[in-house]
Design a binder for this molecule. Sequence first.
Ligand code: DP6
Length: 337
Amino acid sequence: MYIATYTASANIAVVKYWGKRNEELILPYNNSLSFTMDDNLQTITTVMFSEKFSQDELWLNGKKMDLQKGKKSHVLPVDLLRKKADIDLPVRIVSKNCFPTGAGFASSASGVAALVCATSKALNLTLSGKELSMLARQGSGSASRSVYGGFVEWLKGDLEDGTDSFAQQIAPHDHWPELRNVIAVVETEEKKVSSRHGMKTTTLTSALYEKRLQYLEGVIPKMKEAVLQKDFATFAELTMRESNSMHASMLDTWPPIMYLSDGSREVIYMVEDLNAELGKTVAGYTFDAGPNAHIYTTEEYESVIKERLEKIAHVKNIEVCKVGQGPQQISDEAQFL
Ligand code: DP6
């Protein structure tokens, strides 16, 4: 029996990936930047290979999944690693999301990153961060960033074989210890349009998409500089504008994609009012492919943001994350406690 267990956390991008130039290898049109979150948004995954198993099995949150359909592509890195290790044994994957209950998160990034780290360890492969990132990328694009903690950039690369498209850490998790992500859950249901399908139609139909890519070329160096200098006001403004740019290109897609809800918009107004009231930028929102808000702020303003969110009727749940350390190996028994 070959076995290993890893945890990995979700990452919340501040320059987002939305569009593939190569769907099979998952190669993006633009570089993206994110912070990996702490163990509040974590997945724990055990991978076992044994000749005693009759076929591959995936257990997600206690439920056996059908590997013939649905999330099959997320487990593709296991096949790639089996080939690399030259071990052809059936696998059993047991994965659990330790997200707050009813938080409306379904993170492929943490799941695929934990899967890649656990599989390579179980198969006794010693892989670099770059190799792990490239493997995770082929399971789900955003997972390429979750193999590292801290502040991370996924390089789009230029080559058509994907060998120069991987993520790297720009700053470690303790670079900006005051940084917080206050999550306002306004919806707990799964999204109607998957990221995979949504980003494809955006690249095919949105006239704004080309403009977005040009805009991002200028944003990326500024965002990196703002984070490295811990210049919160610049960081937050770039973050909000980037999120708005992505959601504008989604709305410009045909048929239109609308992930933001009335609750999301109330959170946007709350952040704008707070920044205006204080006469400085202390909070910046960003939204992924869903209506739940991620408000980046600093420790100092965490409580005032929570107080304001509690007054919004649409907000069902509030969670706070710090920047996290990235994947960790843990004891295999811990998964089954
Ligand atoms: C809006 O990584 O889930 O969160 O590569 O098709 O699996 P696939 O997509 P996925 O998309 C993430 C989209 C996003 C932006 C981001 O995290 O950069």
